[in-house]
Design a protein around this ligand. Structure first.
Ligand SMILES: [Zn+2]
Length: 479
């Protein structure tokens, strides 16, 4: 390759006099270039002319082109300790001005956004979208919840020493490579070859518009879906957590779904972005069969991990003098979730005496029967609440949404079990069975329901906690 061949290639790609272009390149990928990096730089300067501007990133793995631009006597380097660029040409000063004063490293009042505003291009020469730093601007514009604050930097500026950190800074891994297809299919990106190198050219504005639109639809648009990529697992968890925290209700998961042992549960809860648990099964044992010491240890571990406990759930019906009440009290758990059975009033009264809240969940009763019992309870123990288990109603052949409306039981609810099941009693992934889970969640959200949405243990028949959480996010996003 000679300088003139590179010039011809860049012109063919669409670059012309007066253009502004941010270049990410690999000299090696061009093949043998007579004159090396200097020839590449000269080629760009020849195409852009006196009125053009060449910009290169000055961080990470520095290419040899970057070094040449930075060392050029007329180059301007943006002042900021991270996300720095160097520019050469007519608008170099305007593009780099006061980069460090911007609120975010990659957003407005930075070279990245100015290039887009000024109609500039992004050119990838022999490198892929992974190197396309300007895509961080899309993440920043979207204020994606997995973006983190940088550490504090103390650095020199034309206005003296400054100490500053920047919020919404990108994380370690993401899958920008996966975005290439969207740019190609948009028709806005030109792809050609210069020597052996694949060359891509797109207007920065167009690229950002496409990426931001993708991110508005799916905030994980820039993340990979490799379950063994710890970075993206964490970043996805941050997205879920932000999603769940935006709900009026508390999103929790049953321990029976979260895992077998507590450390495993904590890891899975954190990866799903869930900060609360309902204790139903621990180490394969129903909680009422656990020794108090085991339960206390589990509680201490959850507390240490910042995971709240929404209640202690027993699958067995209680007597008024049940040791579950003592267990809850001894462990400092304020709420019990127990089956709605004939002794409900006695249980509720006994619990109330000990200062415990009780929520009854339906098992073998129809919505009409549940309505009757709850109305009776209302007189005996007005504080008693209802946990609606739609799977149980579905199994009795009821449409849990419409039947619960008719039976007027929603007013008693402080919890909805997030689960699904067919009328035949086969557990299903959320919104694949007959439990009308989507309708139930939707109507409760409309009324500002501030109880618990608990991803129940039933879901373990259809997938992991993470699968269920992802499915629940999907459900919330389609309302
Ligand atoms: Zn990843």
């Amino acid at each position: 390759m000679t300088k003139n061949e590179i010039v011809a290639g860049l012109r063919k790609l669409g670059l012309k006099k007066g253009d502004i272009v941010m270049v990410h390149s690999s000299l090696a990928s061009l093949g043998r270039v007579t004159g090396g990096a200097q020839a590449l730089l000269d080629a760009f300067l020849a195409v852009l002319g006196r009125d053009g501007t060449l910009v290169v990133p000055v961080f990470g793995k520095l290419g040899i082109l970057t070094e040449l631009v930075r060392q050029h006597p007329k180059s301007v380097v943006s002042v900021i300790p991270t996300g720095t660029v160097a520019a050469l040409g007519k608008h170099a000063r305007r593009i780099c001005k006061d980069h460090w004063k911007a609120d975010l490293v990659h957003e407005k009042d930075t070279p990245y956004v100015r290039i887009a505003e000024m109609g500039g291009y992004i050119c990838l020469l022999g490198v892929d979208q992974d190197r396309n730093t300007s895509l961080h601007t899309a993440e920043a514009v979207l204020r994606l919840p997995y973006l983190k604050r940088t550490k504090e930097h103390t650095f020199d500026t034309p206005e003296g020493k400054v100490t500053k950190s920047w919020p919404f800074f990108p994380g370690p891994h993401r899958d920008f490579i996966g975005l290439d297809r969207a740019f190609r299919e948009s028709g806005k990106m030109k792809v050609g070859r210069i020597g052996t190198a694949v060359a891509r050219l797109i207007k920065s504005r167009d690229m950002l518009d496409i990426a931001v639109a993708l991110g508005r639809r799916a905030p994980d648009f820039a993340l990979c879906d490799n379950p063994n990529c710890a970075d993206c697992v964490r970043q996805r968890a941050d997205l879920n957590r932000a999603r769940f925290r935006a709900e009026d209700a508390t999103v929790a998961a049953a321990t029976g779904l979260a895992g077998r042992y507590v450390p495993e549960m904590i890891e899975n809860l954190q990866a799903a972005g869930i900060d609360a648990v309902e204790l139903d099964i621990i180490q394969g044992q129903p909680v009422h069969a656990l020794r108090p010491a085991t339960l206390e240890k589990a509680l201490a571990e959850f507390k240490e991990a910042g995971i709240a406990v929404t209640g202690l759930r027993s699958a067995a019906a209680l007597d008024a003098d049940s040791k579950m009440l003592d267990l809850a009290k001894a462990c400092g758990i304020a709420r019990l979730v127990v089956p709605l059975a004939c002794r409900a009033a006695e249980v509720a009264t006994s619990a109330a005496k000990q200062g415990l809240a009780v929520s009854f969940f339906n098992t073998a009763l129809t919505t009409a029967q549940v309505g009757r019992v709850m109305r009776e309870l209302e007189h005996a123990q007005p504080g008693a609440r209802l946990t609606l288990s739609p799977a149980h109603f579905a199994r009795l052949g009821e449409g849990p949404f419409s039947a619960s409306t008719k039976a007027r039981i929603r007013k008693y609810m402080d919890q909805l079990d997030i689960e699904d099941m067919t009328r035949e009693g086969t557990p299903q992934a959320l919104a694949r069975g007959n439990a009308e889970i989507k309708e139930l969640v939707s109507i409760l959200r409309c009324a500002g329901f501030s109880g618990n949405f608990v991803l129940s243990t039933t879901n373990r028949f259809t997938g992991t906690l993470r699968d269920t959480a992802a499915r629940f996010v999907g459900l919330l996003d389609t309302m």
